[in-house]
Ligand binder design. Structure first.
Ligand code: PLP
Length: 379
């Protein structure tokens, strides 16, 4: 068929995969680490030598993710952090980078340590503040601008078209952590980004049972992409076949799950905004959110599963609300089918996260049940 297929069709049919050996509509799981040669010493399958970089199921997952993301190529890594590390390791030792402030704490912490060790000049900026972003990019002329949108846990929204124009104007690249948006709701490459990153541990995996990360690129000939691919091959930050198999299985329902999580998250955000015992709600789907206009422009079909709520009081009150929740599990992470609540201040006490902030990852349960659970916990 020549017609361009929609994400729901690509995902549900795993890109049209049929196993040529068995006729199965599900790909086989091949755990072999090594692949044979014939009597003339030719490889039986020229693209399969050794599983550090040769795996049919990983290639299938990567091609599906590239298609959903509108990318030329994608590569999987054993975690989101491994994908971010691969990106930053591809920079020259004297590089300059501008990284969004107030993003996932694990990223900030690792990037600070890495840039320090490698003499990379790091500038952190609130990228959702256009004036600050312009000043940081023109002042530091970065080789790489790294944005996370919507950001975790502040849900700040950065204008990706503007970010791309700014960094391209100084000869740099734009990389976007699009984990909270998923490849279904946002397509950063079409908005000008050069590389998109996801923690596939989150919504792409979606069942809280695998760790994975992905980088996807617009221009497969870009020198940074060759450096990333070489580094992954040689340094071996690869995903195992079972995780890749689980990912393919998960991707088949990704559009459905994202649609439901986004609708549920919006319902929860609206209910929380109207609640007398809630001081603030951060969710890009709410018209009251600072980044709503940008999010509405660059996200289609919803605003994702992640939101943060500041309850009345301080840490004790927030922890008490979390403790009274019966459906939201008290656990870190996001994007799974089950709803989670996290008190980020407990995890990162010195980073300015409000003591009364609860981060919610909204799953695919019944929205009314979730809202009722929050309402009884707020009292
Ligand atoms: N980026 C974001 C926005 C995240 O929330 C996380 C993890 O929470 C990561 C990256 C790191 O991903 P992983 O836990 O798969 O290493």
């Amino acid at each position: 068929m020549t017609r361009k297929l929609h994400p729901a069709t690509i995902a549900a049919q795993a890109g049209g995969f049929i196993d040529s050996a068995s006729g199965g509509v599900v790909p086989p799981l091949q755990p072999s680490t090594t692949f044979v040669r014939d009597t003339t010493y030719a490889l039986v399958r020229p693209d399969n030598i050794y599983s550090r970089d040769d795996s049919d199921i990983t290639r299938l997952a990567e091609s599906l993710l590239a298609e959903l993301e509108g990318a030329s190529e994608a590569r999987l890594f054993p975690s989101g952090m491994a994908a971010i590390a691969a990106l930053f390791r591809a920079l020259p030792a004297d590089a300059r980078v501008v990284v969004q402030s107030g993003i996932y704490w694990g990223t900030t912490k690792w990037v600070r340590d890495f840039c320090d060790r490698r003499d990379i000049a790091l500038t952190e900026v609130d990228a959702a503040d256009e004036k600050a972003l312009k000043a940081a990019v023109s002042g530091h002329r970065p080789h790489l601008l790294f944005i996370e949108t919507p950001s975790n846990p502040w849900l700040k929204t950065t204008d990706l078209e503007l970010a791309a124009e700014l960094v391209h104007g100084v000869g740099g690249l734009l990389a976007v952590d699009s984990t909270a948006a998923t490849p279904i709701l946002s397509q950063p490459l079409a908005l000008g980004a050069d590389i998109v990153m996801h923690s596939a541990t989150k919504a792409i995996g979606g069942h809280s049972d695998l760790l994975a990360g992905v980088l996807a690129v617009k221009d497969a000939e870009a020198p940074i992409w060759s450096a990333i691919k070489t580094d992954r091959h040689d340094a071996g930050a690869v995903i195992g076949p079972f995780e890749a198999w689980l990912l393919v299985r998960s991707i088949r329902t990704l559009p459905l799950r994202v649609e439901r999580m986004s609708a549920n998250a919006l319902a929860v955000a609206q209910a929380m905004e109207a609640h007398a015992k809630v001081d603030a709600v951060f969710y890009p789907g709410l018209p009251s959110h600072d980044g709503h206009a940008i999010a509405a422009r660059q996200m289609t079909g919803g605003f994702g599963p992640l939101l943060s709520v500041c309850v009345q009081g301080g840490a004790a009150e927030a922890l008490a609300v979390a403790g009274r929740l019966q459906l939201f599990h008290r656990a870190t992470s996001l994007g799974g089918v089950e709803s989670l609540v996290e008190h980020r201040h407990t995890i990162e006490p010195h980073t300015g996260i409000p003591e009364n902030l609860l981060r919610l990852s909204v799953g695919i349960e019944d929205a009314g049940d979730l809202v009722a659970d929050l309402e009884q916990a707020l009292g």
